[in-house]
Design a protein around this ligand. Structure first.
Ligand SMILES: Nc1ncnc2c1ncn2[C@@H]1O[C@H](COP(=O)(O)OP(=O)(O)OP(=O)(O)O)[C@@H](O)[C@H]1O
Ligand SMILES: [Mg+2]
Length: 259
């Protein structure tokens, strides 16, 4: 990514969500993105995942200039190369766990028998073989996120983008999700995780700190411990987060809201 900016027009006024970002992500990287609310983290993730395009600058993915891809090629890239996990799971409530995991394969035109096989494998990988027929409302938050992870990885992507994947989970479920995605990273999957939690970020190999749409700081692996200690020391000031229980409630509400 070189000189990438993303400006939105709101009421005739430009809102610069990302401002001249340079970023090189290598295959197999494990990157955490941190920064205050509104600093451009999700915008950056959406650009990396080709859900959105820069208004300025260039972005090469796997050697190809993303701006030059047509809709069909972009769809292919999103379908086969990139997996997304979100804070509010974004599962489809009227489908079972198995149905949610199967969906990307239906879009990709994969044969039914192969879909069945891969659904079983993906659910087994996240430890949910015995929840295949449950609908999202019949699953805990952690289980929902594991279904979302199975869905995000069932097409065998090269890059996994996670926007606050543990933001609505209790510590144990969050830990479980991190361990699962880190195992995928060890097997070569490139991982980019947006997080507010320094304890999550410290697990990455590199931390990017965004402020006002700019990369304010890029923390290499060897300095992560030090920077995280500083962040944690500053943490009490922003401990306005609700307790785990009410977070779980809001997750339930949001999961039923339209996307
Ligand atoms: N579709 C949009 N239209 C207009 N403005 C937008 C749009 N998406 C994001 N923005 C603006 O761009 C800025 C960055 O938003 P972004 O969602 O990337 O922040 P963030 O760092 O992910 O914040 P949070 O931690 O709250 O999720 C914000 O000021 C936001 O209001
Ligand atoms: Mg965001």
């Amino acid at each position: 990514m070189q000189g990438v900016s993303r400006t939105f027009e709101v009421g005739g006024r430009p809102v610069r969500a990302l401002d001249d970002v340079n970023l090189h992500i290598r295959h197999g990287d494990y990157i955490a993105i941190m920064g205050p609310s509104g600093s451009g983290k999700s915008t950056l993730l959406n650009l990396i995942g080709c859900l959105d395009r820069p208004t300025r600058g260039s972005y090469h993915l796997d050697g190809r200039q993303v701006a030059s891809l047509d809709e069909a090629e972009l769809t292919r890239v999103r379908r086969h190369m990139i997996g997304f996990v979100f804070q509010f799971f974004h599962l489809i409530n009227r489908l079972t766990a198995a149905g949610n995991v199967e969906l990307p394969m239906i879009f990709a035109g994969i044969a039914r028998s192969e879909r069945r096989r891969r659904v079983a494998e993906a659910l087994a990988q996240v430890g949910l073989s015995d929840r295949a027929d449950h609908r999202p409302q019949q699953l805990s938050g952690g289980e929902r996120q594991r279904v979302a992870l199975a869905r995000a990885t069932v097409m065998g992507p090269r890059i996994l983008l996670a926007d606050e994947p543990t933001g609505n989970l209790d510590q144990k479920s969050g830990q479980q999700i991190l361990e699962l995605i880190e195992k995928l990273n060890e097997d070569g999957l490139t991982l980019v995780v947006v997080t507010h939690d320094p304890n999550v970020a410290r697990r990455a190999n590199r931390i990017l700190v965004l402020i006002d749409g700019k990369v304010a700081q890029e923390v290499p692996g060897e300095e992560i411990a030090e920077v995280v200690a500083t962040l944690l020391a500053a943490a009490p000031a922003e401990s306005a987060e609700p307790p785990a229980d009410s977070v779980a409630d809001s997750a339930t509400n949001s999961a039923t809201a339209p996307e």
